[in-house]
Design a protein around this ligand. Structure first.
Ligand SMILES: C[S@@+](CC[C@H](N)C(=O)[O-])C[C@H]1O[C@@H](n2cnc3c(N)ncnc32)[C@H](O)[C@@H]1O
Length: 438
């Protein structure tokens, strides 16, 4: 609401006014492309520097937008036009509480504290800034912009945009994390204490473990993954004095040293919690990994293992559509051992753990919020979010056969999605979690 009680949103022709220097056009274009073409937000974007003779048009553009985005670089920081636009946007914001001004820093090699940014820092004052280099991808930056400016994504339009990139996989995993966070919440409530030292094995970009820990008190977290890009991403997103992410193969000789050094630095004899999620299904030697981990678990520490088993996927009423979905998934090169979860008690016994408990099995839609119901669907059934759907990725083991199944699946998709949204379909996905102790 503005100071006169009028909601600016109703008057806005545009979602975003884009302020930038022409020297940054390539980077800004890439970001605006995603905002406009993937998420269908409307931008006031002159693909050239603002010019003084357009001053009235520019002021109108600023005032007819819900939010003002300014891309900060040494060039824009010293552009007379950009500084004027910021000035006008901030004045407008003073009159309109719901108007957003969001600076986005796009030049990582020069610190924002550098004197080159002195003038723009003065204009922007204490506004929250987003840093492009702290984001794992442009798509993640765009989602953050939306979050900070209260932009609601229109999912139907998103589906139409056919956006098949690995960012789609990130979205699918995000949906999965949302659901799984609830699945094991009670365990984390009981287990994580102020002085807990936690190890996450196969942490990827850290999203999942951090989503479980972020509102809790704990002493420290070590995340391990063999993928250096994921580890970079985890360190950029969550790295801190408390959270360390290290690139290492758990089956390599280094693993032992990494863990020993980490514990020695913290004067600890072991971890209070070792967390492994959706990782054992991807390894050839689960027992060997569990044996190594046992040595690093405190006597009363807990090992948490979450994994999947297609045998516990249940759907009612049955249909070809769901059979197709599970067959397509099972043929993905990245899907791992689809019957892993049922084998975990025997792996644990072989590795010498004694106190083993299956804490929960199966995640299903009844009783879920609408948001979670749709996230549950997205985990396995939203082919718009499958990287497997992108033929160029060559994701399937039997490419020709599975691509044919996928074509058939797509023709049935809308009908079953509608049935699911109307509450006519029961789905249980075969996620399990086990707790074990020494
Ligand atoms: C499906 S992801 C799961 C990520 C995260 N734990 C989650 O639940 O969202 C599996 C991760 O395990 C990692 N991984 C697989 N084998 C590994 C190994 N031998 N050592 C370290 N990481 C491994 C992969 O690189 C990948 O990031």
């Amino acid at each position: 609401m503005n100071k006169m009680g009028i909601n600016n949103n109703f008057n806005s022709k545009y979602d975003y006014f884009i302020s930038f220097s022409n020297k940054d056009i390539e980077k800004v274009n890439e970001i605006v492309y995603i905002i406009e073409n993937v998420y269908h937000a409307k931008c006031w974007f002159q693909a050239k520097d603002s010019k003084a003779e357009f001053i009235d048009t520019i002021m109108e553009g600023i005032e007819n937008s819900r939010s003002f985005l300014v891309f900060i670089s040494p060039d824009s920081a010293n552009s007379y036009f950009v500084l004027n636009e910021i000035n006008h946007a901030i004045e407008f914001k003073e009159q309109h509480d719901d108007y957003n001004v969001l600076p986005i820093f796009i030049t990582p090699d020069i610190e924002y504290t550098d004197p080159v940014y002195k003038r723009i820092r003065f204009y922007l004052g204490r506004l929250n800034i987003l840093f492009l280099d702290k984001m794992p991808s442009l798509d993640a930056l765009v989602l953050k912009i939306f979050e900070q400016t209260d932009f609601e994504i229109d999912n139907e339009k998103l589906m139409d945009s056919l956006y098949h990139t690995s960012d789609s996989e990130a979205k699918r995993l995000k949906a999965q994390n949302e659901i799984m966070k609830d699945f094991s919440k009670d365990f984390f409530d009981d287990t994580v204490k102020q002085d807990s030292i936690i190890l996450d094995v196969g942490c990827a970009s850290g999203d999942y473990i951090i989503s479980q820990l972020q509102e809790r008190q704990y002493s420290s977290l070590l995340g391990i993954d063999l993928d250096p890009n994921q580890i970079d991403c985890a360190n950029n997103l969550y790295g801190s004095e408390k959270n360390t992410f290290i690139c290492c193969d758990v089956l390599s000789n280094d693993f032992d040293n990494v863990l020993s050094d980490y514990l020695e630095d913290r004067d600890s004899i072991g971890f209070d919690l070792i967390h492994i999620s959706s990782m054992l299904l991807h390894t050839a030697e689960p027992v060997r990994i569990l044996r190594i981990l046992k040595r690093f678990l405190k006597r009363n520490g807990k090992l948490f293992i979450q994994d999947e088993d297609d045998g516990a996927n249940l759907v009612y009423p049955n249909s070809k559509f769901f059979d197709l979905a599970f067959s397509i998934w099972a043929d993905s090169k990245e899907s791992g051992d689809r019957h892993c979860a049922r084998k975990i008690p025997s792996y644990l016994a072989e590795a010498g753990y004694s106190r083993v408990k299956l804490a929960k099995c199966g995640v299903s839609n009844p009783g879920m919020s609408n948001e979670h119901k749709s996230a549950l669907w997205d985990i396995y059934f939203n082919h718009y979010l499958w990287i497997a759907a992108d033929k160029d990725e060559n994701m399937f083991i039997h490419t020709d056969i599975t691509n044919k199944l996928l074509e058939e699946y797509k023709t049935l998709y809308e009908e079953y999605k509608k049935q699911y949204d109307e509450g006519n379909i029961f789905i249980q996905l075969g996620f399990f979690f086990y707790i074990a102790q020494k």
